[in-house]
Design a protein around this ligand. Structure first.
Ligand code: DGT
Ligand code: CA
Ligand code: CA
Ligand code: ZN
Length: 577
């Protein structure tokens, strides 16, 4: 049995335990073990077969888990799993993926209606049966129906940070193969799309085929979908993300990279441009139609150049005008991660973050930043222990009195202030005026009619203390759509008043995304890119926000937190009405 299979059984059981409302500590130990096992370089079966070895020597595997692994090896399952599967059908696991539906509710629905499939659940909601139960109502039915629709639509796609982590792990691993010179990720991942269908890796070198053989043996590789001379495909990890690895000769590496980076529409447009100039373009190279002479193929640059174009950054290859700009030599000079000097949306333990102000500051210094803004939630987010006026004022005072020279970065006092349903800010102006920076965000009543939502956001932009519109569309990738409003109108008004638009770099949001960034820029908006970190490690997500900005054609001058702190503060909207 493969490690991945052990990991899958443990992770699945942890999910069932969650529905059964079991002890969180135990659930976490199952999940940690599953994570360890699926990345473990040695086969668990081999360790068990060796009398001199112990499973408990694997970090994160205690006695309890070790006994479970032995049981799985013997009979393919274990007691705890069998018990849970008697109570809850395996299809219950599907329900956990519906956004807005927690394990507790699922347990109630199973107990009451014996739902076993998404179809069952959908029918119950349509027939309005849920509202018969205490604490359930029409709202929940609607939420579940939306969640099921979103799940069906999104199934098969993965968040970019998840796909990037797998691609980076495999790139490093395949790069160690004897006879392999380069491994590069192409496809939607290279273009920086927010979600990824599958990962496309290209390898080249005198013995690139050896990388394919090693790929299918990687401990995290599950089902192998195909394995030939030049291509191997397999599902990776518990989640089953598909990875295609292609071996290509060095002389056509650039052509292959160009072809497999896409997008399809960019490639179609590029090929027709090539044809007009008397060339054929495919994954092997660029060649003259007449005579078939090959003129380019080893690098992307030489292909674009032969067609009279500047090299086009992958993030722009969506057939949105980049070919014309490349021909006119007027492509933007895109923002880079190294341009970022601060991160201005993050949470601490004051609300729902996991670390202190000092810890966030230290982590930001490690990233090379000069400043951060701490922006905890406001009181409307009671569940997150949001700040009321008194606490916000006290916090601003505390930051003013802090010995900034003792901190590794400049810390700004901020707040992520809720925009109430009627458009008023959650805290009164007097409190907001004390802070260096207010990010205004919607966290409730997201299903308003477009006109009402537009008015609500207009009111927020009009508040003189609001400097930044936080995660402006509210979308949660693969879970929740953007709320509906007149974005152009809000963008125009934000530009007029000097309110910056946030590009929220959290990989679950990535909000704004490219099309709206371009609209906002055309309306005259400036931007900030922020991680919305709730954990020190989330500060690393800045790269995904920068990728979104690049996809939106932004340059350094478009993004305010590329400025040093004093200039950054000076560039924010002033407090006047
Ligand atoms: P994904 O995987 O759905 O997130 O998106 P992509 O863009 O990575 O798409 P994928 O993996 O199907 O193919 C990778 C690239 O290869 C794609 O962007 C363009 C190129 N490509 C693949 N198949 C075709 C095809 O049949 N025709 C053309 N013109 N290009 C293709
Ligand atoms: Ca792909
Ligand atoms: Ca593919
Ligand atoms: Zn928020």
């Amino acid at each position: 049995m493969e490690n991945l299979e052990y990991a899958r059984l443990l992770a699945e059981t942890a999910d069932l335990m969650e529905i059964a409302a079991e002890d969180g500590f135990r659930i976490r130990s199952y999940r940690n073990a599953a994570d360890t096992l699926q990345g473990y370089p040695e086969r668990i079966d081999d360790i068990m077969a060796d009398a001199a070895r112990k499973l408990t020597d694997i970090p994160g595997i205690g006695k309890g888990i070790a006994a479970i692994l032995v049981e799985i090896k013997e009979r393919g399952s274990f007691d705890r799993r069998d018990e849970l599967l008697e109570k809850y059908p395996p299809t219950a696991l599907e329900m956990l993926k519906i956004s807005g539906l927690g394990p507790k509710t699922i347990a109630t629905l199973i107990a009451h209606f014996r739902v076993t499939t998404l179809d069952d659940l959908e029918r119950l909601c349509r027939e309005q049966k849920l509202r018969d139960l205490p604490r359930m109502g029409a709202k929940l039915e609607e939420k579940i129906l939306k969640g099921i629709a979103a799940l069906r639509q999104s199934s098969g796609r993965f968040h970019i940070h998840f796909a990037a982590a797998i691609a980076e792990e495999l790139t490093a691993y395949l790069g160690e193969t004897e006879g392999v010179e380069r491994v590069v990720a192409a496809g939607s991942l290279r273009r920086g799309r927010e979600t990824v269908g599958d990962v496309d890796l290209l390898v080249t070198g005198p013995n690139a085929a050896a990388a394919l053989n090693r790929f299918v043996k990687h401990p995290r590789v599950g089902e192998v979908l195909g394995h030939g001379e030049t291509k191997a495909s397999a599902r990776v990890g518990i989640e089953g993300l598909q990875v295609d690895v292609r071996a290509v000769p060095a002389e056509s590496f650039g052509a292959a990279l160009q072809y497999f980076t896409g997008s399809k529409t960019h490639n179609v447009a590029l090929r027709s441009l090539a044809l007009k100039q008397g060339y054929t373009l495919n994954e092997y190279g660029l060649a003259r139609v007449e005579g078939g002479e090959r003129v380019a193929g080893a690098t992307e640059e030489e292909i674009y150049e032969a067609l009279g174009l500047s090299w086009i950054p992958p993030e722009l290859r969506e057939n949105q005008g980049e070919l014309d700009a490349a021909a006119a030599r007027s492509l933007p000079r895109l923002l880079e991660l190294a341009d970022m000097r601060g991160d201005v949306h993050m949470h601490t333990r004051e609300s729902d973050g996991r670390f202190s102000l000092e810890e966030m500051a230290a982590a930001a210094a490690e990233r090379g930043y000069g400043y951060i803004a701490i922006t905890d939630h406001s009181k409307a987010l009671a569940m997150a222990n949001g700040l009321d006026e008194a606490r916000a004022i006290r916090f601003a005072e505390k930051v003013r009195e802090m010995d900034q020279s003792a901190l590794p970065v400049r810390v700004l006092s901020g707040l992520e202030c809720d925009i109430r349903r009627d458009g008023r800010m959650d805290l009164d102006d007097e409190a907001l005026a004390q802070l260096d920076l207010v990010v205004a965000s919607v966290h409730s009543h997201m299903n308003l009619e477009s006109a009402e939502m537009t008015d609500r956001l207009l009111a927020a932009v009009e508040n003189p203390y609001v400097k930044i519109m936080g995660h402006p569309t509210g979308r949660v990738l693969l879970h929740r759509d953007a709320y509906v409003y007149d974005f152009e109108r809000i963008a125009a008004e934000a530009a007029r008043r000097g309110v910056a638009m946030e590009i929220n770099a959290s990989p679950e949001r990535l909000d704004l995304h490219a099309p709206l960034i371009r609209i906002a820029k055309a309306k005259g908006c400036k931007f900030v890119i922020s991680t919305d970190a709730h954990h020190v490690k989330h500060l690393l997500n800045m790269r995904f926000g920068v990728t979104m900005a690049r996809r939106g054609w932004l340059e350094r001058a478009d993004v305010l937190n590329t400025l040093p702190v004093e200039e950054f503060l000076g560039s924010l909207r002033r407090g006047e009405r």
